[in-house]
Design a protein around this ligand. Structure first.
Ligand SMILES: Nc1ncnc2c1ncn2[C@@H]1O[C@H](COP(=O)(O)OP(=O)(O)OP(=O)(O)O)[C@@H](O)[C@H]1O
Length: 257
């Protein structure tokens, strides 16, 4: 077991509320959530229920109107180097090589050192792209671009990785490979992660815990009892299917009053 439930939360979301503009509807409506250090939690929910907004609050890209987000006990006041973000689209810079895209979070602040370049190359190796580090994004497949985006999010050794449907556009087999890459990298580095997805099987395969969101609230939460490391054969086990079924039913129930 990777996490100890008695450990204090590494990420603590405390009664967070958020609306876009003064007159808009409340999009995140009083969410309480705790992620222990090193855990991977997944957020499931229908389109428009507020998942991305909650992720942006956890990244410090938005600040809550009410409540607080704490990372390691400290109230979050904006984005910082301890947090890595992977968006749905890989958002790579077209004129840079894969290696230079991975180095981007560093080169925005200072000139990368030889050690930084080695670290970037090591990350590309870990995601299976060691031979392609000189290629531009247009010379890479969609899955390879997503791998570069994951490597870029990890170059700053973030304590917290936030992922917003990063593999949604990929074919099923590539998605499974990237899920395994992500689990391996998080386990190696003890990275805490919050992963937003529409895909129930993805949430169950990756997560220590899965929350279902609807109408800006967490309406259901379930601990995933599968052992770690995860293995692709687990996807066909009865307890995996039962967990998926339970979450599907929770998504059908929708928000509670
Ligand atoms: N910048 C914005 N200004 C105004 N409203 C917004 C803005 N961004 C999102 N919203 C609204 O907030 C609500 C929640 O959006 P959010 O992107 O968090 O949902 P989501 O669950 O991530 O959806 P999806 O699964 O489709 O990405 C939606 O009704 C959306 O239209």
């Amino acid at each position: 077991m990777r996490t100890d439930p008695s450990m204090p939360g590494f990420v603590t979301i405390d009664q967070a509320r958020y609306r876009y503009g003064a007159a808009g509807p409340t999009v995140v409506d009083g969410i309480d959530w705790t992620i222990p250090r090193g855990a991977i939690h997944c957020l499931l929910g229908r389109s428009g229920c507020g998942k991305t907004t909650l992720l942006k609050l956890a990244a410090g890209l938005l600040l809550p109107d009410e409540g607080a987000i704490r990372i390691d006990g400290e109230a979050l006041r904006g984005p910082g180097p301890r947090i890595g973000f992977v968006f749905q689209a890989p958002t790579l810079l077209t004129w840079l090589s894969a290696l230079d895209n991975v180095l981007l979070p560093i080169s925005l602040h200072r000139r990368p050192t030889a050690a930084d370049r080695t670290a970037a190359h090591d990350l590309l190796t870990l995601v299976g792209l060691s031979d392609l580090s000189a290629r531009r994004p247009s010379e890479l497949s969609g899955g390879q671009q997503s791998r570069v985006a994951v490597a870029r999010a990890l170059i700053g050794m973030p304590d917290l990785l936030l992922l917003d449907e990063p593999f949604a556009a990929l074919d099923a087999l590539t998605r499974e490979e990237l899920q395994d890459d992500l689990l391996r990298l998080c386990a190696m580095r003890g990275t805490t992660a919050l992963f937003v997805t529409h895909d129930i099987t993805e949430a169950v395969y990756l997560g220590d815990k899965v929350a279902v969101m609807a109408g800006g609230r967490v309406t259901h939460a379930r601990t995933v009892e599968l052992s770690r490391p995860r293995h692709r054969d687990m996807r066909y086990a009865p307890d995996f299917a039962a967990t998926c079924h339970d979450l599907r039913s929770a998504m059908d129930e929708g928000p509670t009053a």
